[in-house]
Write a protein that binds this ligand. Structure first.
Ligand SMILES: [Zn+2]
Length: 404
């Protein structure tokens, strides 16, 4: 038990009502009814927005082929140098904002900008729901390695209530967190007079999604809303009884102020061949990053990605319920594309770890954090479990499809 978490108010009537309703996941996410797996990696066509071509290869694998053949990285490097030249300041002010959890990818971006391009980055952290020990350790490590940081932490009572409702209503505990990821960098950049924001990777092209974003150097605020906030604008929460004060930290910046500021938001992955495992070694060497001391993370085989939040396993588990694929699939698919793993090994690891339920410890933390009972969490899972992908037995549900 975590001794500083006060008890949350009981579930609202709406939450109780929603727990008794099943969601039609297929039509909500427009999922293909026949499950297919990419011939090159292990991703399935159930990942929202991913596309497969006539040879059965996914859009992310095709993008990686372009990275190896078509994209001219020397030209991109020059574009990056020019971009930095346009924004670099010599008056001591911050000239680039890097949204950063303290994880290997964002710290790699900030450190490269600082040491190779002579920029003066400010890293900005939107705190996880509940820090893990290794997460806070790596957060501290980036600061002590030599990076300035501001950290924003939402009101815990509000964030927990939103997370609970989000788990039940949206089928993902992370939706409240995503508002902060989308809007806070813009507000922090405005507040500090920083003209350039450098995000890490474009997940749409790197992991499979909307291919129209492939050639974008970054997202406009409208793109960010489209891809990161799915169909839940912040006003949704006002209809659910959250006040303007509750929602202030999650809110969008004033659009007119933003337009007048000409802030640019770019992806580092547009300029650099994005290779997470290399970022891990890079940060071990340069910024004292440490991997998960427990070994692999729950639900996967990897030990260096997404380590900072104790409720992470439920973000991935709800994806598993809806789409039949989760964290090990995503990690293995990426490692195949990076050339670090062959498909046979990836299939073995996915079948071993992808459907792993969160540990007893993670369950206890999640229940305490959200104030849900065991039964209520089961109901929330039943609400989102995709009946096409799961068989429902007497006690346990079983995934009907596995990659082979
Ligand atoms: Zn693929």
């Amino acid at each position: 038990m975590i001794d500083y978490l006060p008890e949350l108010p009981p579930l609202s009537d709406l939450e109780i009502e929603l727990l008794n309703e099943k969601v039609d996941v297929d039509s909500k996410y427009n999922l293909p009814c026949e499950v297919a797996y990419c011939k090159k990696c292990v991703i399935s066509n159930q990942r929202p927005r991913i596309t497969f071509d006539s040879e059965g290869v996914c859009s992310a694998c095709r993008y990686w082929e372009k990275k190896k053949t078509v994209i001219n990285w020397k030209e991109r490097e020059k574009e990056l140098a020019d971009l930095c030249d346009r924004y670099r300041r010599d008056d001591g002010g911050f000239d680039v904002l890097v949204p950063s959890s303290g994880g290997k990818d964002s710290v790699y971006v900030a450190w490269e900008l600082k040491t190779k391009y002579g920029m003066h980055p400010l890293t900005m952290t939107w705190a996880p729901h509940l820090y893990t020990e290794i997460g806070i350790r790596n957060f501290q490590a980036q600061v002590h390695a030599g990076l300035d940081n501001v950290c924003y932490t939402p009101n815990g009572l509000v964030h927990r209530r939103m997370t609970r409702l989000s788990t039940i209503e949206i089928g993902d505990p992370f939706q409240p967190f995503i508002y902060g990821q989308t809007y806070l960098p813009l507000k922090v950049a405005l507040g500090h007079g920083i003209g350039l924001i450098m995000d890490g990777e474009n997940g749409e092209s790197e992991y499979g999604g909307d291919v129209s974003t492939e050639s974008k150097t970054g997202f406009t605020p409208k793109d960010a809303e489209k891809f990161w906030l799915s169909s839940f604008p912040l006003d949704h929460w006002k209809d659910r009884g959250f006040s303007d004060r509750d929602l202030e930290i999650y809110s969008a910046p004033n659009f007119e102020t933003l337009q007048n500021s000409n802030i640019e938001r770019h992806f580092f992955s547009y300029y650099r061949d994005w290779r997470p495992q290399e970022h891990y070694y890079y940060c071990m060497e340069n910024t004292n990053f440490a991997p998960n001391p427990m070994g692999r993370s729950e639900g996967t085989f990897s030990k260096y990605a997404s380590l900072d939040d104790k409720i992470d396993p439920y973000h991935y588990y709800f994806a598993l319920l809806k789409f039949g694929i989760a964290r090990a699939t995503s990690d293995a698919a990426h490692e195949i594309r990076e050339g670090l793993m062959d498909r046979e090994e990836a299939v073995r690891l996915v079948n071993r770890y992808d459907a792993e339920a969160p540990s007893e410890e993670s369950l206890g933390v999640f229940l305490q954090y959200t104030g849900l009972t065991d039964d209520q969490l089961s109901d929330a899972m039943d609400r989102w479990r995709n009946a096409r992908l799961w068989s429902v037995g007497d006690k346990f549900s079983k995934l009907l499809y596995q990659v082979s």
